[in-house]
Write a protein that binds this ligand. Sequence first.
Ligand code: HSE
Length: 316
Amino acid sequence: MIKIYAPASIGNLGVGFDILGAAIYPIKKNMLGDVVSIKSSKKFKLTNLGVFSKDLPKSYKDNIAWKAWLIFLKKTKIKKNVHIILEKNLPISSGLGSSASSIVATLVALNIFFKKPLNKIQLIRLMGKIEENVSGGMHYDNVAPSYLGGVRLIIKKKKIISQKIPYFKNWFWVISWPGIKLSTLQSRAILPKIYSKNTCIKHSQYVSCFIHSSYTNQSSLASSSIKDILAEPFRKKLIKNFSKHKKNVKKIGSIAYGISGSGPTIFSICKNKKIAKKIKKYFLKNYVENKKGFAHICKIDPIGARKIGKKINEII
Ligand code: HSE
């Protein structure tokens, strides 16, 4: 049996709409990512487990793991059946790369189970295709970091270029999901088709400044360039009290704040654990709406998808 964990991710990283993303793990080392196990089976079987499995589509044909299996069969021409066990640990439509995590875990597990018929680039392509089908737009800013780990810059030309960007090890990423859904399809649909020249220039200044400061280890310059002028102005109305929380976490000591992927998860970056704990407490009190919601203090996950044993930090 093969068992693969694929971490949650923060798409866009505030500044790089559709081109930057990061894999994350909670410092408490609790599970924040889906797990897929593959076993041989005479007939195809799909079992859904995990806290959020109740929110998965009723028909297995709408399940992402099934879609990933179909596309994998088509690409590899394999004619065997398997039993897929999906542990759905990430909330659906949360902005934490939940669909990406299921896609990555399923494809990586299948590929290892069948002795690696596909290479990295072929796998990323398939991951992007399924993500497009689910979210209504081709973007790799969740699948690439969840698969390969770290902070990733993803450029799609004829080939897909996925580069690891250096990151600040002392940053804490406090994320909070309020416990409600927001579909990526909906959050993408409200964005304008065309942006002004001024917006394009400012956006490229922020992205290039972030990449430059990440390479030259200038933490303050990097955090000050985490500004989202493409999506946030339109998406913030979908997020309760977005601007109020921005002001309040800044007062507590946050150095950057934004929407994780297409929301409703929000993130705040801070430089020490004491402030991170205060921000987590603030989110739990003021942003989380129900018992399902949560806040976690996270770090960048440098590994991405991996085999796991019984415990999450047991890397095989
Ligand atoms: N880049 C995507 C978006 C991420 O913002 O729509 C979706 O999680």
